[in-house]
Design a binder for this molecule. Structure first.
Ligand SMILES: Cc1cc2nc3c(=O)[nH]c(=O)nc-3n(C[C@H](O)[C@H](O)[C@H](O)COP(=O)(O)O)c2cc1C
Length: 216
């Protein structure tokens, strides 16, 4: 069965603009694909596996093990949590990510998930030329990002001053590193000051999301 993994990275539930637009996307997606499975991972409501000293040391041991001709370390302790989250991502044919912008980047719960699944030696391998090769390939990613202020879709420029978007280029980079090439992004912004204009903007985003879901 085709599976869509939905990562939700705002804790604000009904008040969240990114979740609201993602809901429009999912309603439209489900209508068109009633037989597809949707796995919902609300990152603020689920305890993700820990990744601390043990996991970080296991990661480096695993790289050394592979580098010296081994087939990887024992899957136990924190490394088992890492493998569990990588397997969850690998089991998905499509990925939907909705997220708030916090302090010009991703909220910490999404960074926690990223620090679990992005692992050289597991989800990203190194070839004979020393190049990184992402292992999570052939899947489209739809991102829906909400921010209080508006931002340009480009790599940060010095002239962006105190309003610099590190989030979209970071997410773009991290998912390309994992092996994604089909990355679509819908931005819900500016949400900072609720007003009739904000509601109009969100309604337009919901319409775009429904259209995006029809070709996802
Ligand atoms: C802790 C926190 C940090 C935020 N940082 C930023 C920021 O750096 N830039 C910005 O434009 N908006 C920022 N905002 C506003 C949110 O991006 C905005 O409320 C957005 O709609 C959040 O997505 P959500 O509605 O899906 O929760 C911040 C909000 C919070 C709660």
């Amino acid at each position: 069965m085709i599976k869509l993994l939905y990562l939700e990275a705002s804790p604000r539930q009904d008040n969240s603009y990114s979740s609201r637009v993602a809901k429009a996307f999912l309603d439209s997606y489900r209508e068109r694909n009633p037989d597809h499975e949707v796995e919902h991972l609300p990152l603020f409501d689920r305890e993700l596996p820990a990744f601390g000293a043990e996991g970080a040391n296991q990661k480096m041991d695993n790289i050394m093990n592979l580098f010296t001709g081994g087939s990887g370390i024992e899957v136990e302790g924190e490394w088992a949590g890492v493998m569990q989250e990588i397997e969850r991502l690998k089991s998905a044919d499509k990925v939907l990510l909705s997220s708030a912008m916090w302090n010009y980047n991703v909220p910490y719960r999404l960074k926690h998930w990223i620090d679990l699944v992005v692992q050289v030696g597991a989800s990203v391998m190194v070839n004979e030329k020393g190049e990184y090769v992402g292992q999570i390939t052939g899947r489209p990613l739809q991102m829906i990002i909400a921010s209080g202020s508006p931002y340009e879709d480009r790599f940060p420029l010095e002239s962006d001053g105190s309003k610099t978007d590190f989030m979209r280029p970071y997410l773009d980079h991290i998912f390309r590193f994992l092996g994604f090439t089909d990355i679509r992004c819908l931005r819900v912004m500016p949400t900072g000051i609720p007003s009739p204009e904000t509601e109009d903007m969100v309604a337009r985003c919901e319409e775009q999301a429904r259209a995006a879901a029809r070709v996802f």
